[in-house]
Design a protein around this ligand. Structure first.
Ligand code: PRP
Ligand code: HPA
Length: 190
């Protein structure tokens, strides 16, 4: 792809662009099906509540919920710590809290990516005080090389390298969420 003529949703934003395809649509589909099957088996006979962490997880969660064959409800929380850039501010803000009580419910937090781990460790801390029957994490992507806190998600789709990734819900400056595959974002060279 010629950097000076990046078209449509692949356009340069803020000096960055989707430089390198990392994960194809077929790999994403296979990953979602595998996680859905695993969750269906693990929670057999139970009802579950998926908590989608906005904004990044909206596409993954919409695929995942359809791959789960259990009585399932979906609720949303919104968090932010990246402020549009490529590094965590370290301050996790809850922008929108849950509208429902999670006491005695089997809760799965659905994330697009665990990077430093700061977002999910803060959310786990906050939600475990509300006494769910169980609380687990399902993330589409895991970047363990960047971890700043001890955090081991129970369900991991695909481990990713030390790259800032975009697509399939993941953004740079709120763009690129609508790419159907996962790309490494890199600066445009002058
Ligand atoms: O493990 P961490 O280093 O905390 O990073 C992971 C978090 O960062 C991203 O959210 P972001 O704050 O960019 O908000 P967004 O989902 O609205 O894009 C992502 O969706 C995770 O919630
Ligand atoms: O690699 C990433 N891409 C997009 N958003 C993110 N939030 C944490 N890590 C990432």
């Amino acid at each position: 792809m010629t950097q000076s003529r990046l078209p449509g949703k692949f356009s340069e934003i803020g000096g960055m662009y989707p430089a390198h395809l990392l994960i194809s649509q077929d790999e994403l589909t296979a990953m979602v099906q595998r996680l859905g099957k695993q969750i269906t088996e693990d929670y057999c006979g139970k009802q579950i509540l998926l908590v989608s962490i906005l904004k990044g997880s909206f596409i993954f969660c919409s695929d995942l919920v359809r791959a789960i064959d259990l009585p399932t409800t979906v609720e949303f929380m919104a968090c932010s710590s990246y402020g549009g850039g490529t590094s965590s501010s370290g301050k996790v803000k809850i922008i929108k809290d849950l509208d429902c009580d999670i006491k005695d419910k089997h809760v799965i937090l659905v994330e697009d990516i665990v990077d430093t781990g700061l977002t999910l460790s803060k959310l786990k801390e906050v939600l475990s005080l509300r006494h769910p029957a169980s609380l687990k994490i399902c993330t589409a992507f895991d970047k363990p090389v960047k971890r700043k806190v001890e955090l081991h998600p129970e369900y991991v789709g695909i481990e990713v390298p030390d790259e800032f990734i975009i697509g399939y819900g993941l953004d740079y400056q709120n763009y690129y969420r609508n790419l159907s595959e996962i790309y490494a974002a890199r600066p445009v060279e002058n």
